[in-house]
Design a protein around this ligand. Structure first.
Ligand SMILES: Cc1cc2nc3c(=O)[nH]c(=O)nc-3n(C[C@H](O)[C@H](O)[C@H](O)COP(=O)(O)OP(=O)(O)OC[C@H]3O[C@@H](n4cnc5c(N)ncnc54)[C@H](O)[C@@H]3O)c2cc1C
Ligand SMILES: NC(=O)c1ccc[n+]([C@@H]2O[C@H](COP(=O)([O-])OP(=O)(O)OC[C@H]3O[C@@H](n4cnc5c(N)ncnc54)[C@H](OP(=O)(O)O)[C@@H]3O)[C@@H](O)[C@H]2O)c1
Length: 451
């Protein structure tokens, strides 16, 4: 069996491992990525001050060392190679392309300067080549981060960390330089629902109380509904509420930067100054409304305030990008699938031998470790489906490489990546950091061309 996996994030690597460790069949896996570097959001999403979680790349490198695994970096499906070509060269295809688009607030002013989706801000500080030239203007004193998830917490924390806290991380050098000169003193994290509905993990929330030069601020009124409460019935939510109460009980240090956590407010307009930059964010006060099925929705009360901020970072979730030739579910904003088997989005008929794993399958929910089981589950379908047919003869394994080279593509192998890795680690050592990323594809390819 020969399998193409498109995308080298956690879901792609866990799918590769599940395929390659099979004792009952020989599987050749070619893993493609549009970037010369592997590991998806482990490299381009996970916050630089969270180095421990990034050690998972050692597990992925072990998979990459298996003899029938091949990495083909710097190849974008839909631009450099088509789905039809992959069908010719592989028995099965696995899409593991993640969620690289952002969700929008859909309010007036969203597109103005200094209103920057979290995808862009996160990619910028993590040295993702797509965002190295993003305009991140940190000359403002106050910023708002919209959303109550872990990405909002990451973005706020990075804005408020000191250069000393960041320089020994793998933060991109351009971001470290900009953050050294940052004027941001106050950040507001804004939730449209209440503290009980916030999606933060307790560990992430707690970390906000441990920043060197910034303190969390929770006005007592934000927790008014929770005076004397005992349990919400959900252990994670209870932990969050306890942490928030501890923040509310603390007096922030006089000279500390401030991180305000506010709830029950929805942005209704990003307000511009005369130069067209963000000058404020109009917020509507919400109340909670119970819905049938036990969910709780935010409903606007019509009461509006203007929060004076010079920068807005919406961190309200990601969505899958459309890829030419790959069926797309417009409503869920994922690759159309039925439990990981790719389907036609209209008829829901299964498209044989095509599968999807990770965030491209489920949308942007869940942690890195959760992909291990989820990808293995989809590989289970691949094995069951594959057993039903005799594999057809394919072109030679290297034919795809010749085809891509004929197009002038400089392919990046896993050994090439190891060379880039060594260069980055050596650059990082100069500032006592685990690595200093090369944030430019041309520069990466130039390093490899030098040998
Ligand atoms: C900002 C942020 C921080 C996070 N921090 C944590 C954390 O601290 N701990 C934790 O457990 N989880 C964290 N997560 C969640 C975790 O990153 C995801 O669960 C996981 O990365 C999703 O894996 P994936 O393989 O589906 O997608 P990704 O990791 O996004 O991988 C997708 C890959 O596909 C490639 N690709 C996309 N399109 C194409 C194409 N057309 N052709 C070829 N290649 C393509 C991309 O380059 C990328 O390498 C974080 C998520 C975000 C957004
Ligand atoms: N350190 C970590 O472990 C870490 C770090 C980063 C990310 N992650 C994981 O990655 C996944 C994605 O994280 P995420 O933060 O992007 O997503 P998320 O957890 O789904 O949070 C998105 C937030 O945006 C809010 N939101 C959505 N639409 C909105 C709108 N129109 N207006 C205002 N608010 C809106 C949501 O509110 P509602 O709840 O009201 O919809 C929610 O609070 C999560 O599973 C997360 O745990 C983990």
């Amino acid at each position: 069996m020969r399998v193409a996996i498109i995308g080298s994030g956690p879901a792609g690597f866990y799918a590769a491992e599940a395929l390659l460790k099979r004792a009952d069949a020989v599987v050749d896996v070619d893993m493609f990525d549009r970037l010369p570097t592997p590991y998806g959001l482990v490299r381009g999403g996970v916050a630089p001050d969270h180095q421990k979680i990034k050690t998972v790349i050692r597990v992925f490198a072990t998979t990459a060392a298996r003899p029938t695994f091949r990495f083909l970096g710097n190849v974008r499906l839909g631009r450099d190679v088509t789905v039809a070509e992959l069908r010719q060269h592989y028995h099965q295809i696995v899409y593991a392309t993640g969620n690289e688009a952002d969700r929008r607030l859909g309010i007036p002013g969203e597109g103005i300067a200094r209103c920057t989706p979290a995808t862009v801000f996160v990619g910028w500080y993590n040295g993702h080549p797509d965002y190295r030239h993003a305009q991140i203007d940190l000359s403002v004193h106050r910023a708002a981060v919209v959303g109550n998830g872990n990405v909002a917490v990451d973005a706020a924390r990075i804005l408020l960390r000191t250069p000393a806290e960041l320089e020994r991380t793998d933060i991109a050098a351009h971001a470290l330089e900009a953050l050294r000169n940052s004027q941001v003193r106050e950040v507001f994290i804004l939730g449209r629902r209440g503290p009980e509905q916030a999606a933060f993990s307790p560990a992430e929330l707690k970390e906000l109380g441990k920043m060197e030069a910034a303190d969390p601020v929770v006005a007592p009124g934000e927790l008014a509904g929770y005076v004397g409460w005992e349990s919400t019935g959900n252990a994670e939510k209870d932990k969050n509420l306890k942490i928030l109460q501890s923040f509310a009980a603390q007096q922030p240090r006089a000279h500390a930067k401030k991180l305000h956590l506010r709830f029950l407010v929805s942005p209704t307009e990003v307000i511009a100054d005369a130069a067209g930059n963000v000058a404020g964010l109009a917020l509507e006060r919400n109340r909670l409304e119970a819905r049938t099925g036990g969910t709780v929705a935010a409903r606007g009360t019509g009461e509006i305030e203007v929060l004076e901020v010079g920068m807005v970072l919406p961190a309200i979730g990601y969505a899958a990008e459309r890829i030419a030739g790959v069926p797309y579910d417009e409503e869920a904003r994922v690759i159309a699938n039925d439990d990981g088997r790719v389907v036609d989005p209209v008829s829901r008929a299964v498209i044989a031998n095509e599968y999807v794993v990770g965030w491209a399958r489920t949308g942007p929910k869940g942690l890195i470790g959760e992909h291990k089981r989820a990808s293995a589950h989809v590989v289970g379908h691949m094995i069951a489906d594959g057993a039903e047919f005799a594999p057809r003869a394919l072109p030679k394994r290297d034919a795809i490489v010749s085809l891509l080279r004929q197009r002038g593509l400089q392919l990046v192998s896993f050994n090439d990546w190891k060379q880039l890795d060594d260069v980055e680690v050596a650059r990082g050592a100069r500032r006592g950091a685990p690595r200093d990323k090369i944030a430019d594809v041309e520069a990466m390819l130039a390093v490899l061309a030098q040998g």
